[in-house]
Design a protein around this ligand. Structure first.
Ligand code: ATP
Ligand code: MG
Length: 427
């Protein structure tokens, strides 16, 4: 992709309410554009990142054995009357439709998926069922803030599972935990599992996936001895300042999984007849990840004073190629043809390149833009490098650049891409 053609360029302006690194950097680098508080457009660079995160989530959900569906976001009110949640979900956006009908915009989807499963299963042999979707959710958050971390419209992957026995549910629940941790690791985040109370759902524990970072609005309590993590709300109030027992760290909730027991299956009379003729209540679980919040969290954890530092697996492009025009036209042409053939070689090997081909822009500005955008590998082709038949190679998290021979750069880049980075925080 030629940077000169890319829609959404870097800008020095941060949004006036940019209260977080992710809001500021993603906006300045041309990844997102705020429509109104908590509502963003993903520009081409930002959409590439979001899509890669969603693809990782999708792969891990498929590996877990779940199947993808896409449910509507417009939910008729009467579904919520069956569960009593029309008034209970205080963040639901409510919409008046034609003919006096009322709708809620999807903030979660138990009221849609439970009747859906009831309609489509025929016998106990159809269980267990695990269905997920990746869909925008709407929540009328009293205070949208911190860029992608707390939006009013945001991307969510929501998975729901349906089981005949508690045992089967628990087995799936534990596998889902592993799948979640894998998602975060692949996205460059080290998440911890924290036990939390079940909120509106259940008296039992739910589990949150928390990424420790100063930018987080949650607090987790890590028991110094057992290393077990707890959400603040399950720690007795008398222990809230107890730093002898706990390491208390700020963190972002990037995922949450809940045992739902039979709350929704009972509300919608989802039951099945077992092999012995007895009716079986269906046990449910729900499992959420916010890909857009994950994107914001990656920026919070991986940035420095110059800009973002994307992990390879979710970077908008793998390589940021900069060409610097020379004084002589002949040399400039040679730089261009070298760049073009290098890009062709890279793209055949699956290496994605953003090429800063701008002619009117000075070198310093190109380097600053590359640092801000944060693509993990920067390559420069200039008169200076070509006199050595080389390309300048610099990884975004390193301070030193080095020269790599033109004939070796393709192979080295492939090798570089195949090695996942170590999980260090750049905070
Ligand atoms: P929070 O406590 O942060 O408000 P929640 O517990 O209400 O979140 P869940 O219902 O568990 O959120 O939603 C599942 C996941 O969706 C969360 O773990 C988070 O990753 C994401 N998410 C929830 N609310 C938002 C939001 N307003 N903006 C972006 N992502 C969100
Ligand atoms: Mg939650």
């Amino acid at each position: 992709m030629r940077y000169s053609m890319l829609f959404g360029k870097t800008t020095k302006d941060a949004p006036h309410d940019a209260d977080s690194a992710n809001a500021r950097l993603l906006t300045q680098a041309g990844f997102i554009s705020q429509l109104t508080a908590g509502v963003y457009t993903y520009l081409p660079l930002g959409l590439r990142v979001l899509t890669k995160i969603q693809a990782i989530v999708r792969e891990e959900m498929n590996t877990l054995g779940a199947q993808e569906v896409l449910m509507p976001a417009l939910h008729p009110k009467q579904l919520y009357e069956a569960t009593g949640r029309w008034e209970e979900i205080d963040v639901m956006f409510k919409v008046d439709g034609a003919g006096g009908k009322e709708y809620g915009l999807s903030s979660t989807a138990e009221e849609v998926i439970t009747p859906l499963v009831k309609e489509h299963v025929r016998s106990y042999r159809d269980f267990p069922v695990a269905l997920y979707q990746i869909q925008d959710k709407f929540r009328n958050e009293p205070r949208a803030k911190s860029g992608l971390l707390r939006g009013r419209e945001f991307s969510m992957k929501d998975l729901y599972s349906f089981h005949l026995t508690e045992e089967d549910f628990l087995e799936f629940y534990e596998k889902a935990k592993v799948a979640y941790l894998t998602v975060y690791l692949r996205c460059g985040l080290k998440a911890m599992i924290a036990a939390a109370s079940g909120g509106v759902f259940t008296k039992k524990h739910s589990h949150e996936f928390q990424v420790p970072t100063e930018a987080g609005e949650d607090k987790i309590y890590i028991n110094k001895e057992t290393k077990e993590a707890l959400n603040k709300e399950v720690v007795p109030e008398s222990d809230w300042e107890n730093t002898d027992t706990y390491d208390i760290v700020k963190s972002i909730e990037v995922g949450n999984i809940f045992p739902l027991e039979c709350k929704f299956s009972n509300a919608f009379e989802l039951k099945t007849q077992g092999s012995d003729g007895e009716m079986i209540d269906i046990i449910m679980g729900c499992y959420g990840i916010g890909p857009s919040r994950v994107m914001g969290s990656i920026v919070e954890v991986h940035h420095d004073e110059k800009g973002m530092i994307w992990p390879k697996a979710v970077a908008p492009y793998h390589v940021h190629l900069i060409t610097l025009p020379a004084k002589e036209e002949e040399m400039t042409e040679r730089i261009e043809t070298t760049a073009t053939s290098l890009i062709e070689e890279f793209e055949q090997a699956g290496i994605e390149v953003l090429w800063d081909d701008r002619e009117e822009v000075r070198a310093g500005e190109k380097f600053a833009d590359a640092d801000l955008i944060g693509i993990p590998l920067r390559l420069v082709i200039s008169q200076k490098t070509l006199t050595e038949d080389s390309v300048e190679w610099k990884e975004r998290h390193e301070s030193e650049a080095r020269l790599v021979k033109l004939e070796d750069v393709g192979g080295q880049a492939q090798e570089w891409l195949s090695v996942p980075e170590r999980l260090t925080s750049h905070e």
